[in-house]
Design a protein around this ligand. Structure first.
Ligand SMILES: [Zn+2]
Ligand SMILES: [Zn+2]
Length: 418
């Protein structure tokens, strides 16, 4: 046996139904909100993420599946979707061809991290992006889409947290204040924080080291250093959410781990594996499109971890099998008629199964039970002689004879519950 690679996982029947549910709900919401799907390659030039995600991030420094291909080009499996979507937006001039550049994508991402329960090296994201729209109502719409997804999936104990990290005009002032407040405490922080203080001080807020927390708790908050346009923008976003009755909490530690965020940042937290974890996160990244060689257009979006969403689903959701029919044939003539009926049912859009290997009626009925068939249709010598089929309702155990010509529509009606 050659096992799967560490940090990857198969999604098997019993679990795949949950994935399909999450994907179905996500697609349906996107359609309702006017977001269109695009799919980009999982392999890209390494420099796209070095530039887009940021040279100083852990993702680019430690976690990328980057290699030199046979043509001598540096490529990488994508560690996140946003830079790829920005690239596609610029490369295909999507702002000219799409009525509104509101897009989404679903697919696998790759990061070489230490695998843990619920965290994989190949993981999957649902990713939403809007380009070229500045109005705070767009921030609110994106957050509403994210919130509606979590509500539609009936994920309990979810919590929306918000922050604003400011812009290129006001952030330097905040960074200065942050470093000034750290002052003599800086040497007492962990090695990572020491490095962050030099490369991107905001990222000190990401630190999970226990001993650093009392110091970090005393640091200033970005919302107190916003310039006037940033403050006005953030107030409008909050007012829209309040107007829609979407509950939120301010979280001054929400600076997000990536270099490109500006202004609004947000996360939705939920219960997975007995702890509160981020199910999705995102924000505005007004400089990224230009940084990646495109026109000066703003952007905002979020990425949801599919593994996390599936884990957070309530018990029993998405596992209900589709109601189906099972066809039983007795004797050679009965089996041959049953095979005809099987195909007629499928052609009529009815999910129908039959046991091909076992011939005895008991073995066939056992199979119907295992498949949790809603209806069993029996064709034997008696039925053939009468020109009918015995229909057994597996829930009530009731049986009735139905004329052969009527059996397909009768089964379809019963399965659809009308
Ligand atoms: Zn600002
Ligand atoms: Zn630290």
């Amino acid at each position: 046996m050659i096992p799967a690679i560490r940090g990857t996982h198969d999604i098997l029947p019993g679990e795949i139904e949950k994935w399909q549910l999450v994907e179905r709900v996500a697609r349906a919401l996107c359609e309702r909100y006017g977001y269109v799907e695009i799919r980009t390659p999982i392999i890209e030039r390494e420099e796209l993420f070095a530039k887009g995600t940021g040279e100083t991030t852990d993702i680019v420094q430690k976690e990328m599946y980057a290699f030199t291909d046979k043509g001598g080009e540096r490529v990488t499996l994508r560690p996140e979707a946003t830079p790829s979507l920005v690239r596609a937006y610029v490369e295909h001039s999507l702002e000219q061809t799409l009525p509104a550049t509101k897009i989404f994508t679903l697919g696998p991402m790759f990061r070489y991290e230490r695998p843990q329960k619920g965290r994989y090296r190949q993981f999957h994201q649902f990713d939403v992006e809007v380009f070229g729209m500045n109005d705070p109502a767009v921030d609110a719409e994106v957050i509403d889409l994210a919130w509606s997804l979590i509500q539609a999936l009936q994920i309990a104990q979810s919590e929306l947290v918000l922050n604003s990290v400011g812009c290129a005009n006001c952030r330097p002032r905040f960074q200065e204040a942050l470093l000034a407040a750290l002052g003599e405490d800086l040497p007492r922080l962990c090695q990572d924080c020491q490095r962050r203080a030099k490369t991107n001080p905001l990222r000190i807020y990401d630190c999970k080291v226990e001993a650093d927390q009392p110091i970090i708790d005393r640091l200033p908050h970005s919302v107190d250093y916003l310039c006037e346009p940033c403050a006005t923008h953030f107030a409008a976003v909050r007012a829209h959410l309040d107007g829609w009755g979407i509950p939120w909490k301010l979280s001054h530690r929400l600076v997000r781990g990536l270099d490109y965020y500006t202004r609004t940042t947000f996360e939705i937290l939920g219960q997975t594996l007995g702890a509160q974890n981020a199910l999705l996160g995102g924000g505005r990244y007004d400089g990224l499109v230009k940084d990646l060689g495109g026109p000066d257009r703003t952007g905002i979006g979020f990425a949801a971890g599919m593994e996390r969403l599936v884990l957070a689903l309530p018990e029993g959701v998405g596992v209900e099998p589709a109601p189906r029919a099972f066809v039983v044939g007795i004797g050679d003539d009965g089996r041959s008629e049953a095979l005809k009926l099987l195909r007629e049912l499928r052609q009529a859009g009815v999910a129908a199964q039959m046991e091909f290997e076992a011939r005895g009626i008991r073995a066939q009925m056992k199979r119907a039970d295992r498949l949790a068939a809603r209806v069993t249709l029996i064709v034997g010598g008696d039925e053939l002689a009468r020109g009918d089929v015995t229909l057994r309702d597996m829930r009530t155990g009731e049986q009735q004879s139905i004329a052969r010509g009527e059996v397909v529509p009768a089964t379809a009606r019963l399965l659809s519950g009308t």
